[in-house]
Design a binder for this molecule. Structure first.
Ligand SMILES: O=C(O)CCC(=O)C(=O)O
Ligand SMILES: [Mn+2]
Length: 173
């Protein structure tokens, strides 16, 4: 986390030309992994296909943030605003355990609602809602959905993986 250097409860990595990273000095997008300096791997074709089907945006995503939730991980209320172009949506894809997703308005103090995100759900955060506050309050690791672990060896039992596809730079005029 910026300033404190404390770890997030969610583990993160990226795919695509740019990846979102956070460290003591703040949040930013960069083309390489901060520890290995290697480029991020390519965005998986299935994720690109989801973007093409759902984003209604003429350019490809530049970043795919990979969030890995242990059963007790959560993500505090925040806005996705480190991107230069808010005309593109954020497309979010959920795998693994059910999550309680909270979303509100453009102001942090706006009232919020919650919805359960199931494995296979896609959520588009765009248009007038592109900058809404949102977060994940909890997982339901013992949910009774008849799903197998989609990422055995990678996703812990009862864990969740969320991918967010994003445009980072402003589209060329
Ligand atoms: O895990 C989720 O559903 C939300 C992830 C998120 O808001 C983010 O990565 O910015
Ligand atoms: Mn977010």
């Amino acid at each position: 986390m910026p300033r404190t250097g404390k770890p997030f409860s969610v583990r993160m990595s990226n795919a695509g030309p740019l990846g979102w990273i956070s460290d003591r000095s703040g949040y930013r997008y960069q083309p390489t992994h901060p520890e290995t300096d290697d480029p991020w791997p390519a965005i998986p074709p299935t994720a690109l296909a989801a973007w093409d089907a759902l984003a209604a945006f003429p350019a490809s995503p530049e970043a795919c943030l990979i969030n890995l939730y242990a059963p007790d991980a959560r993500m505090g209320l925040h806005q996705d605003r480190d991107e230069a172009d808010f005309s593109a949506p954020v497309v979010s894809l959920s795998l693994g355990a059910v999550a309680l997703f909270r979303y509100g308005g453009l102001r942090r103090s706006d009232p919020t609602r919650s919805v359960r995100l199931l494995p296979g759900d896609a959520l588009v955060i765009g248009g007038a809602s592109r900058l809404i506050h949102h977060g994940v309050d909890r997982l339901y690791p013992e949910n009774d959905l008849p799903t197998e672990n989609p990422l055995p060896g990678f996703l812990p039992a009862g864990g969740r993986c969320n991918l967010t596809l994003r445009r980072v730079s402003a589209a060329e005029a």
